[in-house]
Design a binder for this molecule. Structure first.
Ligand SMILES: [Zn+2]
Ligand SMILES: [Zn+2]
Length: 147
C-alpha cells in the first residue's frame, strides 16, 4: 500500500495514484492535472479542454480520454446531474478513506469531507453491477443560498 499523505499538491498526488495504477507520467497529463487543480467550480471535459488550451495545444479527444482516466481513478468526483466534476480535495493512496461531496444545486458550491478514520463503507452491490464511483454525494442548498 502506498501512502502519499506527504503530497500536499494535487498534481503530485495524482501521479502517485496514476503511476501506481500503471498510467505513465506524461507532459500532457501533467498539463491536464495542473489545469484541473485550477478550477474553483465544477467543470466538464469541454471546460477542461478550454482551460488546457490556454497553455498547450492538446486535442479534445486526448483531454476527454484523460478526463475519463482521472475520474476512473477518483481523482475527479462527479457532482450534480449535469456531467460536471470537481477535483478531489484530499487525495489519499490508501483506499480506506470515505469521501463525501456536498453540492449546492443553486450556486454550484461544493465542499468535500474526507474521513480517513472510517473505512469506506462496504455497500453490497447488486449482482454484476459495475461501480464507477464510491463517492457519496449530498445535493442540497448551501448556507448562502438558503439565507
Ligand atoms: Zn475525494
Ligand atoms: Zn449555494
Amino acid at each position: 500500500m502506498i501512502h502519499c499523505n506527504s503530497c500536499d499538491d494535487y498534481v503530485n498526488a495524482c501521479f502517485h495514484i496514476l503511476t501506481a495504477k500503471g498510467y505513465k507520467k506524461t507532459r500532457t497529463r501533467v498539463i491536464i492535472a495542473e489545469a484541473i487543480s485550477q478550477f474553483a467550480k465544477p467543470f466538464g471535459p469541454k471546460e477542461l479542454h478550454d482551460q488546457v488550451s490556454q497553455s498547450a495545444n492538446i486535442d479534445f479527444a486526448t483531454v476527454y480520454r484523460n478526463f475519463q482516466i482521472f475520474s476512473g481513478c477518483e481523482l475527479l468526483h462527479a457532482v450534480g446531474t449535469q456531467g460536471k466534476f470537481v477535483a478531489c480535495s484530499e487525495l489519499h493512496c490508501e483506499t480506506n478513506t470515505s469521501h463525501t461531496i456536498f453540492y449546492c444545486r443553486s450556486c454550484d458550491m461544493t465542499e468535500e469531507v474526507v474521513d480517513t478514520s472510517r473505512p469506506r463503507k462496504k455497500v453490497a452491490a447488486p449482482d454484476s453491477f459495475i461501480a464507477e464511483s464510491r463517492v457519496t454525494q449530498v445535493i442540497g442548498i448551501c448556507a448562502d443560498c438558503s439565507a
